[in-house]
Ligand binder design. Structure first.
Ligand code: NAG
Ligand code: NAG
Length: 242
């Protein structure tokens, strides 16, 4: 009897794990239930050669329910890939065919080879402030974090989307693994909007994903430049040094 029960529990555990690992992992970043806007991050919704919309929808609904207690039965999906390479054809094709379900946006993020941390403060200030944002030219974190914030919290901000869907809108940022480029822009969002410290942001990004793979240095560097941008404009944490 004991053996049988143990066997059943084991079997259940294995089934559960298999089901879990087949899912797309998604995490809520921010929400505005009054406006019915939700911002989430995650790994790639493309499984094999197809965008698995059903799996993605189910994962998003479960995450929103568990974090905000809202039932989002039906939503318009703004699918934002931050992958730097052009492995985005499946997603582009999917939304070209299913334009009622959502739309696709490509914001490739490359990161930054330069580590600004540890430089003297006068030099950091001059690079970030007087440098006219050379660090921001490629990844455009300033404008993109601002855009995401507006989409979530400003009612009329969705007029630059393809569809002016009036009910639930989900903004979903992803790359392949949910940590690399996704961690860079999500981290910038936490720093700008939630008053998180630099170390909390780094720690959260390192814990969030099931694969626990570290964020690449270039993406951490760019998030760090953005942190200093906030710092020198008195909008960020007390320090962005490690
Ligand atoms: C950047 O430099 C600091 C030292 O100032 C170091 O602690 C940190 O690990 C470096 N970051 C990366 C991503 O290499
Ligand atoms: C809200 O978004 C609209 C359209 O983008 C913009 O014109 C307006 O200034 C925004 N309002 C605030 C408070 O930022």
């Amino acid at each position: 009897m004991v053996k049988l029960t143990t066997g059943i529990i084991l079997l259940l555990l294995i089934t559960f794990t298999v089901v879990l690992t087949e899912c797309v992992q998604v995490n809520l970043i921010d929400s505005n239930p009054t406006l019915q806007r939700y911002l989430l991050r995650g790994d790639s919704p493309v499984i094999g050669l197809n965008l698995d919309m059903k799996t993605l929808q189910t994962a998003i609904q479960a995450e929103i329910k568990s974090k905000t207690n809202q039932n989002v039965d039906d939503f318009y999906l703004v699918d934002i890939s931050v992958l730097k390479v052009d492995s985005v054809v499946q997603e582009e094709a999917y939304f070209a065919m299913h334009s009622k379900e959502g739309e696709f946006i490509h914001w490739p993020l490359v990161g930054n080879p330069a580590n600004i941390s540890g430089l003297p403060e006068w030099l950091q200030a001059s690079l970030v402030v007087e440098g006219q944002g050379v660090w921001n030219l490629e990844d455009q974190l300033i404008g993109r974090v601002d855009q995401l914030t507006h989409w979530v919290h400003n009612k009329t901000s969705i007029n630059n989307l393809k569809s002016h869907h009036q009910s639930n809108i989900v903004f979903f940022i992803h790359d392949d693994n949910g940590v690399d480029q996704t961690g860079e822009i999500s981290g910038a969002y936490y720093l700008a909007n939630f008053g998180w410290t630099w170390s909390k942001t780094l720690l959260y990004n390192s814990l969030i994903h099931k694969k626990y793979q570290p964020m690449p240095k270039w993406n951490i560097n760019e998030m760090n430049w953005y942190c200093f941008y906030l710092y020198f404009n008195n909008k960020g944490p007390d320090t962005c040094n490690y």
